[in-house]
Write a protein that binds this ligand. Structure first.
Ligand SMILES: Nc1ncnc2c1ncn2[C@@H]1O[C@H](COP(=O)(O)OP(=O)(O)OP(=O)(O)O)[C@@H](O)[C@H]1O
Length: 599
């Protein structure tokens, strides 16, 4: 039984618990402020009854109003104050001034806490995303990631605001019920009946609003994904005039999203507009019951009706705030799922040993599958400090996968990886990766100037500038940069669209050379280069040879001609290895490749 109650509470209040996890006890302080504000409101308004009675000279202590006079005079006696019109007016003013004070505190405290809440969500998601496993990231929905990290966080905070508002409204109703109970139990019963009836009507809308909200979030993800794709593939879409077709796709999702929002808006309009007629209906019914069934006089029930009207108004506000909360429920569910997803697929850094330098990496019998497809099938090799190795092989032979394993982005299913004779899983991934430079197939350019792109926003001290100049010289991009109107202060907007493929790659190389690294991984680093630039890069790599360990994947053979060992991969296996000349002897495939590339 106890367990059942516990499950019930957790289930019913799991949303409150979710907000509590972020806001902590402050959420209860907020609710207490709200309660005080509500209390002052109810108290202040109720005080009008004895005031009117005193003004009227009617101090009859019979019935509900009489009881209230009794309690109020007891209060005045306790305060050692005379009970007259002036003191009553002062008390009412004091109560409403306190209400104003609590209103301010509630709103200010809420603003501070909700902003902190949104910040916490954003920080947690950003950190969660950077700790997401690479293998999970590559198959994730980019639109969902982007939308959840940006717009959805605000929706969740709005949901929290509506949730608190709902609790506040529930408190008001509760307080009014309390006052009503003291004054007239019939009155409190009528309030309850009014509330239940209006709830029955509103329940009908709740399900629709919830579903619309879920769909809204889904469309927002889809739209976000299409926007990202249109930005990333801008050049292709423009050059091929496919942007019209793609825009149609975006528009169709946008239309669905807008349709959905309009339906939501109409429903909200409907629930808001029927609020008053329902209230008036219930109030009229209550007047009818009081006058015709209980035979009360209108003057006797007038003030009760004022209280009743107010209580009903808050019951309606409760429905509206709950509706508004439900309108964000899709975002709430999405955020909670996303948080679980980030935790479930968090990369666990089990290693505790920090590597200061990577001297040697030994791979033994590595195997890796993507689902049922085996991509790496028993790889053995040794990477020795300051040597250069290169992987070549047909497309899909597993070169990038193997390099990603070496960069500790992917975990193998079987086999051992030893770094300086220590198992990789005992080494802190952070320390390992900070020793690695990676130049991927799709070069990485940030929306910043060249200096920041290369140095990763380092301070512009004389020492850093010198290191920067050295890096751009080594990657043969110095002449290009010096020729720009703003030199290295030139901003590279839009993922470097204003740069050539070769220039982007050389900036990427400079970025890695600027860092203090032991291993430089180059995934097809020379694929986008013209012959002149290719030669320059080849010279840079040759310059780097013997200074850092180079692991490259190349389709052009010129850059790997001087590699210490070239590994030829075929369907996830190393089928031949050796230096350029010896591999020519060992492999016909390689020999043909050299002929094709005129080497
Ligand atoms: N995340 C993934 N999920 C499923 N299969 C994948 C994934 N990444 C790669 N593959 C598959 O694994 C195989 C090896 O891919 P990989 O990218 O390592 O090849 P590659 O030799 O680098 O090819 P290329 O020269 O074309 O870049 C391919 O058949 C590819 O389709």
């Amino acid at each position: 039984m106890l367990n059942k109650i516990k499950i019930f509470i957790v289930k019913k209040f799991d949303t409150l618990y979710y907000f509590y996890k972020y806001i902590g006890n402050k959420i209860f302080i907020l609710l207490v402020f709200n309660f005080l504000y509500v209390l002052m409101d109810g108290f202040g308004l109720t005080m009008f009854i004895p005031l009117l009675q005193i003004a009227d000279g009617n101090t009859n202590t019979e019935g509900a109003n009489g009881r209230l006079i009794e309690y109020t005079s007891a209060l005045f006696q306790f305060l050692h104050l005379p009970m007259n019109i002036i003191t009553m007016l002062l008390l009412i003013m004091l109560l409403f001034s306190l209400k104003a004070l609590f209103t301010y505190f509630t709103m200010a405290y809420q603003a501070v806490n909700l902003e902190t809440f949104v910040k916490k969500i954003r920080v947690q998601n950003t950190l969660g995303l950077s700790s997401l496993k690479f293998s999970e990231f590559v198959s994730s929905d980019i639109g969902r990631l982007q939308n959840t990290l940006t717009g959805e966080a605000n929706n969740v905070v709005n949901a929290c605001r509506s949730y608190i508002e709902t609790i506040k409204n529930a408190m008001v109703v509760f307080v009014y019920l309390g006052f009503a109970f003291f004054m007239d139990w019939k009155f409190s019963l009528l309030v309850v009946i009014g509330g239940v009836l209006s709830n029955l009507i509103y329940r009908f809308f709740y399900k629709h609003i919830e579903n619309l909200s879920r769909e809204n979030t889904k469309y927002a993800h889809e739209y976000s994904s299409l926007v990202i794709q249109s930005v990333n593939n801008f050049k292709y879409l423009k050059a091929t005039q496919r942007n019209e077709l793609f825009n149609c796709r975006m528009l169709s999702v946008l239309d669905l999203a807008i349709d959905n929002s309009i339906r939501g808006g109409k429903l909200l309009g409907l629930t808001t507009s029927i609020r008053e007629p329902i209230m008036i209906l219930v109030v009229c019914a209550v007047i009818g019951v009081q006058l015709l069934v209980f035979k009360s006089s209108l003057s006797a029930i007038l003030i009760i009706l004022v209280l009743f009207y107010r209580a009903m108004a808050y019951i309606m506000s409760l429905q509206i705030s709950w509706n508004t909360y439900l309108a964000s429920i899709g975002s709430m569910e999405n955020m909670r799922d996303f948080e679980k997803y980030l935790i479930q697929h968090k990369e666990i850094d089990t290693g505790i040993i920090n590597v200061e330098k990577i001297d040697e990496i030994q791979l033994s019998d590595l195997h890796l599958s993507y689902g049922d497809i085996q991509v790496i099938k028993g790889i053995d090799l040794k990477i020795v400090k300051n040597k250069s190795i290169a992987f070549i092989g047909e497309t899909g032979s597993g070169k990038t996968t193997l390099v990603n394993i070496i960069a500790a982005l992917l975990k193998v299913d079987q086999g051992a990886i030893l770094v300086n004779s220590i198992p990789l899983n005992e080494i802190s991934l952070q320390s390992y990766r900070s020793r690695i430079g990676y130049i991927s197939q799709d070069t990485t350019i940030f929306n910043a100037d060249i200096f920041d792109n290369v140095t990763f926003w380092a301070e512009r001290t004389a020492e850093n500038i010198e290191q920067f100049l050295n890096a751009i010289k080594l990657s043969s991009i110095d002449k290009f940069i010096n020729g720009l109107p703003n030199g290295y202060n030139e901003v590279l907007g839009n993922n470097g669209l204003n740069l050539s493929g070769g220039q982007k790659q050389r900036i990427s190389i400079a970025r890695e050379l600027y860092r203090d690294i032991d291993i430089l991984i180059m995934d097809e680093a020379t694929s986008a280069l013209d012959s002149q630039t290719e030669k320059e890069i080849k010279d840079s790599i040759e310059y780097l040879q013997g200074k850092v360990t180079i692991i490259s994947i190349a389709h052009r053979l010129s850059t790997v001609k001087n590699a210490d060992v070239i590994y030829l991969l075929e369907e996830g296996r190393i089928v031949a290895s050796g230096n350029f000349e010896s591999l020519k002897q060992k492999s016909n495939y390689f020999k043909n490749l050299t002929v094709l590339q005129g080497m």
